[in-house]
Design a protein around this ligand. Sequence first.
Ligand code: NAX
Length: 333
Amino acid sequence: MADVIRVVVTGAAGQIAYSLLYQIAKGDVFGHNQKLALHLLDIPPMMGVLQGVVMELQDCALPLLQEVIPTDSVDMAFKDVDAAFLVGAMPRREGMERKDLLAANVKIFKDQGEALDKYAKKSVKVLVVGNPANTNALVCSHYAPSIPKENFTAMTRLDQNRAQYQVAAKLGVGVIDVRNVIIWGNHSATQVPDVANASYTKNGESKRALPDLDNNWVNNEFVPLVQKRGAAVIAARKLSSAMSAAKAACDHMRDWWQGTQSGSFVSMAVISDGSYGAPKGVIFSFPVTTSGGQWTIVQGLTVGDQVRSKLELTAKELLEERDEAMAVCEGKL
Ligand code: NAX
């Protein structure tokens, strides 16, 4: 067995964490041979609820779980951590736009960036789930200058999983048979789901998803459905996606930690180097492969004209969010 790793989950008393903690603690993310300690951060009023979560983790009798530290102190939460799931934030309620959330949430991520900088391992891998996820990850990284920018990512894997399911259902195959659906840009309604490079396997034969998916379905049904899926779940459940968000967070961190499969790529929001015309220095979702704990943006993919014009919109939104977030952090808003 490898040495114990330390993993922090923030918002640990919330609904996403309730699904996420069990999957992490039973080995789905870091491997079924990897012992771990869980650091659970939430705010002071939630400490009673958090104690209940700790009791349940104990009652799961999980062989890999060596220690659980519930806390409302960021210092203690981030001490020596190897991986961080930053879930805790104010969730979007029905009718609320993501921009309304920005001001409330960026301050949390500034504080957490500073704490990561001081207390976490310099190799820590950070996944931001709390919305606005891309910009929160940028803020966090900005306030943790001693940790490489490549170590801060945001989650668009839920969007990818949603898209993958829709493509599989349309083609009449299993989700496992569909590869390389891409989510570009921001985790918001401006995200760009893209099937131009997707492929699938049917009856033992590997094929491109296009032209088997017709353009009308892609542009008028698939893209809006994926973009608005989060809002549809809120309208139905009166709560934002939790089970599927937790599963996606596990998929994201597992692939980053353990590597992607040959011939497959996944979507992760990472610091932009300007690839595919995205603005440099924002956290932008790209297709990536991972190996040895490092991600690499996949180069040379086909980007159609329609997708390219949508990339400009999502890029513009990320630049606006960045400017607004930095103004909040610097006390100018
Ligand atoms: P909940 O309200 O159930 O839980 C959030 C938890 O965070 C609460 O226990 C709260 O006390 C805690 N919290 C608040 N401020 C904190 C702080 N400063 N430090 C530590 N903990 C703090 O929300 P939940 O449904 O779990 O959603 C969490 C976040 O995920 C929201 O921002 C939500 O919008 C976002 N989502 C992101 C998704 C993505 O794909 N990137 C999809 C699902 C989800 O909408």
